[in-house]
Ligand binder design. Structure first.
Ligand SMILES: Cc1ncc(COP(=O)(O)O)c(C=O)c1O
Length: 432
């Protein structure tokens, strides 16, 4: 209107109304751990981080060399194929045949993903919506719950397990919940508990259950190649009829230390792969092509690197298991994943929950572990310890834990955490 000055809104006056799906996300329990870790590091404290499963040892040299070479070729600078180039998918199919004796059609039964986290989340969006339910074992890898929530669907938790009793619990909820759950989410070797299944007979029973009850199966096989003591984790795809009912995710993040490259795959049921391809076609243009090319090299020449990395994890595992047991902790020695799942002695908890305990451990011992509570109610009383620091630092962590927890000697910097100004961080990366 003439003569009336338009009111310029001050940013403080805006009330941003975000989508409901953001409100549906459960509170992110690792946020406090990440914040304190960041503050400590900025203050110059040498934190020994056994919290995150972020591989530290670096990708195989042949892979890095190929990546650099391919990155110099301008033809690789264009958008790539959202499903991954066919040669990459072909090599993944060959790898499945070589390792698991499983045949996959690279054109219809294999899709490349930007890591299994992206693939899993988009698959939830493709398969689940309001009114649908997914069954997840508790403790769980948080993304398995968050992705279902983002898709607007419900999660039913059952006590996690890797045996017949677990399948009976799943059967019970599938029979008794209306509408019937649509998807069963599995993950062996398991994050956070490191539990594993003995052989493919477990997955045969899963397929029977899925067919009997008409549910789909998504198997997150992130630790497919991270195994110790001659254990070889079975693939869900080895079960007879697995392709009729489900899919499996694998990643290059862990076996080839390529976590930052962001590459993984979903394999299995054609229709489910097609649904994932459809949604990904709308969201992305594919992984940077030099990464796809380098990944082919990883599959062709990376076997020794996997074996070497597993030896490294196994040696760290032995030091940690032995050390923690000597400190009076109860834990199993895992044969897969890159974690230990340890019960915190009651005397150390001092009535606190594991989040409070982990924050105290960081203050007093300068060691980070992941509180079990962050992985669901059933995770309580436990912490997850990642095998990502080298042997010297693991031994140092054990000494610092012993001093702080058993001898009451806190690290000198325990009192010195500064109050840091908010650095304008956009979001808590969901890094686990
Ligand atoms: C069980 C599980 N699934 C998926 C992921 C994510 O893997 P990616 O790097 O392929 O997204 C992780 C990473 O820690 C994991 O532990």
């Amino acid at each position: 209107m003439p003569g009336v000055e338009p009111k310029i809104m001050n940013q403080d006056e805006w009330n941003i109304d975000v989508a409901d799906r953001l409100h549906r996300l459960p509170p992110y329990l690792f946020g406090q751990i990440n914040k304190l870790k960041h503050e400590k590091r900025v203050a110059g404290v040498d934190i020994i981080d056994l919290g995150m499963g972020n591989p530290m040892d670096g990708a195989p040299e042949v892979v890095v060399d190929k990546l650099c070479e391919a990155a110099r070729d301008p033809r690789n600078h264009r958008y790539s194929a959202s499903a991954g180039v066919l040669n990459l998918r072909r090599d993944l199919a060959k790898l499945y045949e070589r390792i698991y004796d499983v045949q996959l059609d690279p054109e219809t039964e294999v899709i490349a993903t930007i890591g299994s986290k992206e693939g899993f989340s988009h698959l939830c969006l493709a398969m689940l919506g309001p009114g649908d339910t997914a069954v997840v074992g508790d403790p769980y890898f948080p993304i398995h719950v968050y992705s279902v929530a983002i898709a607007g669907a419900n999660v039913i938790k059952v006590d996690a397990g890797c045996d017949e009793a677990f399948l009976q619990r799943v059967q019970h909820v599938v029979e008794n919940i209306y509408p019937k759950p649509k998807v069963l989410i599995l993950n062996y070797p398991h994050n956070p508990t490191a539990m594993t299944v003995d052989d493919v007979s477990f997955f045969d029973k899963v397929v029977d259950l899925a067919k009997r009850e008409g549910i789909y199966v998504i198997h997150d096989f992130a630790y497919w190649r991270t195994c110790f003591d001659d254990y070889k984790a079975p693939s869900f795809m080895q079960a007879k009829g697995a392709k009729d009912v489900g899919v499996e995710f694998v990643t290059f993040s862990k076996p080839y230390n390529m976590a930052g490259f962001r590459i993984g795959f979903c394999v299995g049921n054609k229709e489910i792969i097609r649904a994932l391809a459809k949604i990904k076609g709308y969201y992305d243009y594919g992984i940077f092509q030099p990464i796809q090319i380098a990944s082919i090299l990883a599959m062709r020449e990376g076997e020794q690197a996997i074996a070497d990395q597993n030896d490294i994890y196994q040696a760290r595992r032995d030091i940690l298991v032995d050390g923690l047991r000597k400190l009076g902790w109860e834990l199993d020695s895992p044969r897969g994943s890159m974690f230990l799942w340890a019960k915190v002695p009651e005397k150390h908890l001092q009535g606190q929950n594991t989040l409070e305990f982990a924050l105290r451990l960081m203050e007093e011992a300068e060691v980070v572990v992941s509180p079990g509570l962050g992985f669901g109610e059933n995770g309580e009383k436990h912490v997850r310890v990642a095998l990502v620091e080298n042997e010297q630092r693991i031994k140092q962590a054990l000494r610092q834990m012993d001093r702080a927890l058993n001898k009451g000697i806190k690290m000198p910097s325990a009192q010195k955490t500064p109050e840091l100004a908010d650095e304008g961080k956009l979001a808590d990366d969901v890094l686990m």
